[in-house]
Design a binder for this molecule. Structure first.
Ligand SMILES: CC(C)(COP(=O)(O)OP(=O)(O)OC[C@H]1O[C@@H](n2cnc3c(N)ncnc32)[C@H](O)[C@@H]1OP(=O)(O)O)[C@@H](O)C(=O)NCCC(=O)NCCS
Length: 167
C-alpha cells in the first residue's frame, strides 16, 4: 500500500520571535503540558538573563512552541525545544530545528549538541531523521519519579556541510 502523503509544511503562516519575559507564563504553561518534569518559569527567566538565544514560534498571536539555545565557542547546545501537544506532528519541531541550525552556523558554530531522555523515543527519532547522531550517554542526567534518575542520550549534528537537511 502507498503511504499517505503528508500535507506540505507552510512556514509562511508562522513567525519566530525572541522569547521575552512577557511570554514566560505561557511558556511555563505549555512546558507543564508537554513534560512530566517541566522547566520552571524561573529556569526560562535564568536562560534569558544568561543571554541564551531563545525564541517562541507563533501562529498569529498563538504560542505553538519555543526553543532555548546556548552558544559556546565553536558549538551550540539546544537546551529546550518544545511544541505544544495540540500542535505536535505537523513539522513545527523540524521548522525550529532548521532555524536553530541556521542561526548556529551563522554564529560560526560547527556542531549542534543536545541531550534527550533515553525513554523519549519520539524525540530521538525526530533528531535522528534530522541528521543528529548519538554520541554517548550521560548516566542519571534527568530526574524521574520517586527520586530515581534517567540517562540522557547525547546527540550531535555537524553544521559545516548541512544546515538544511532534506525533508
Ligand atoms: C519532540 C517534539 C519537540 C517534536 O515536535 P513536533 O512538532 O511534534 O515534531 P515534528 O512535527 O516536526 O516531527 C514529528 C513528525 O511529524 C512529521 N510531519 C508531519 N507533518 C509534517 C509536515 N507537514 N512537515 C514536516 N513534517 C511533518 C515529521 O516528519 C515527523 O515524523 P518522523 O518522526 O516520522 O520524521 C514534541 O513532540 C514535543 O514538544 N514533545 C514534548 C517535549 C519534548 O520531548 N521535547 C524534546 C526534549 S529533548
Amino acid at each position: 500500500m502507498n503511504a499517505v502523503p503528508r500535507p506540505a509544511y507552510r512556514p509562511e503562516a508562522l513567525s519566530l520571535a525572541p522569547m521575552t519575559a512577557a511570554w514566560l507564563n505561557e511558556v511555563a504553561h505549555i512546558e507543564k503540558l508537554a513534560y512530566a518534569h517541566p522547566w520552571s518559569s524561573g529556569n526560562f527567566a535564568d536562560s534569558l538573563r544568561a543571554g541564551y538565544h531563545a525564541c517562541v514560534l507563533l501562529q498569529r498571536e498563538q504560542l505553538l512552541g519555543y526553543f532555548v539555545l546556548m552558544k559556546g565557542l565553536d558549538e551550540t547546545h539546544l537546551l529546550n525545544i518544545t511544541v505544544t501537544p495540540d500542535a505536535q506532528g505537523q513539522g513545527h519541531a523540524r521548522h525550529m530545528l532548521n532555524e536553530v541550525a541556521i542561526w548556529s552556523a551563522g554564529q560560526g558554530a560547527q556542531w549542534l549538541w543536545l541531550e534527550v531522555r533515553v525513554s523519549n523515543t519520539r524525540a530521538r527519532r525526530i533528531y535522528e531523521r534530522y541528521g543528529f547522531k548519538e554520541m554517548g550517554v550521560r548516566r542519571n542526567y534527568y530526574p524521574l519519579a520517586a527520586f530515581k534518575r534517567e540517562d540522557a542520550v547525547v546527540m550531535n549534528l555537524p553544521l559545516g556541510t548541512t544546515t538544511s537537511p532534506p525533508p
